[in-house]
Design a protein around this ligand. Structure first.
Ligand code: 13P
Ligand code: SF4
Length: 350
């Protein structure tokens, strides 16, 4: 058994009909195109109901453009958690995947948290369950467990610290050097953290099927086509170690190669003088990048890097949520209490 790579191999299921590296299916539901009311009418009704119910709509950067455009806040996992924590609204409508809505519920147990489609899951979150994480901890007595936010509330409840792609490095650096650290569930982010911190993290072998499929060859191909572009890479990508290596030896320009959360990408582009960017992550973020940066050009490193779980949230489903109050996220108070501790420890560090 290779301890350094973690001791259990679990890979999350892909949505039906989606093979590794292939384009997702059925994700582009065109609002208003299937005999329902026109998009503008649905959006107006959603916004009216939102006011009436004192609700806030949070959307992740990978949501379809129509959802991003009507949301009150669009952001990454960390930013949306902060928005959930700070809002005065009575209802949080989470347009994202299930673990994100759960995180909002953990942070705001007194609020009603709704998700338009509870089947919007995450292959990475599904790569670890509570029984396996307990067994893993039992095999490493005395170690601290750090979990990436992409996991269930039950798994978070087992953790000492939570982290997101925006703060994982700081969380690991805040842990005393003499403590053994278990990191789950993303192996590419885990490897990135190992290389950046020089620490012997024990890493769970989970992956996101969308990001794992963005490999070194995709970067190489796009880089040879656009050698003047900046390169922005999400740390869940299969190419992350290779990108770090090539930047370190000078094959990629170190000052124009960055590994970032989705919101980190948006922030860096806003500050940058560069005009072209290669983007290695789920393609939903291109809408936000293009909308905020006229005059700059963005190219996906992998055109078909699309998360069909994220695209399960449609305007039609959101309208139903606003009308019928479905689907409410419900968690046991004991899970909320324990999971909250790991998130609060993270928030205290960053
Ligand atoms: P961010 O927190 O960087 O937005 O990432 C969330 C996610 O699910 C990446 O696949
Ligand atoms: Fe999960 Fe990957 Fe989709 Fe992000 S892109 S929600 S990690 S399956």
């Amino acid at each position: 058994m290779d301890e350094s790579k973690g001791d259990v191999h679990l890979f999350g299921p892909r949505p039906a009909g989606q093979e590794e590296g292939s384009a997702s299916v059925g994700s582009q539901v065109t609002p208003g195109s299937n005999g329902g009311p026109p998009l503008a009418e649905m959006v107006a009704e959603i916004l009216r109901l939102k006011e009436e119910q004192n609700a806030v709509i949070l959307a992740h950067n990978y949501q379809i453009p129509a959802i991003q455009d009507l949301a009150d806040f669009v952001g990454d996992s960390l930013g949306l958690s902060r928005q959930a924590e700070e809002t005065d609204a009575e209802t949080i409508v989470f347009c994202g995947v299930h673990f994100m809505a759960e995180t909002a519920k953990i942070l705001c147990p007194e609020k009603r948290v709704l998700i338009p489609d509870p089947a919007a899951g995450c292959s990475l979150a599904d790569s670890i369950d509570v029984d396996s994480v307990r067994a893993w901890k039992a095999a490493h007595p005395g170690a601290l467990l750090v979990v990436y936010v992409n996991c269930s509330a039950e798994v978070k409840a087992e953790a000492d610290y939570c982290c997101t792609s925006a703060n994982a490095l700081k969380v690991i650096q805040a842990i005393p050097e003499d403590r053994q650290v278990l990191f789950a569930p993303d192996m590419f982010l885990g490897e990135y953290l190992r290389e950046k911190t020089g620490r012997a993290l024990t890493v769970w072998m989970g992956e996101c099927h969308v990001h794992a499929a963005i490999g070194p060859r995709d970067v190489q191909r796009m880089w040879s086509e656009k050698p003047d572009a900046d390169l922005l890479v999400h740390p869940e990508c299969g190419c992350v170690s290779s990108v770090m290596w090539h930047a370190a030896i000078g094959d990629l320009p170190e000052n124009r190669t960055q590994i970032l959360s989705t919101q980190g990408m948006i922030n860096v582009v806003a500050e940058s003088e560069s005009k072209e960017f290669l983007v290695a992550t789920e393609t939903g973020i291109l809408h936000q990048l293009r909308k905020l940066n006229h005059g700059k050009r963005f190219f996906p490193v992998k055109e078909d890097a699309e998360c069909s779980y994220m695209k399960m949230i449609t305007v039609e489903k959101l309208l139903r949520t606003m009308r019928e109050g479905v689907y409410e996220v419900v968690l046991a108070p004991e899970i909320i209490e324990r999971a909250r501790l790991s998130i609060e420890r993270m928030m205290a560090i960053v």
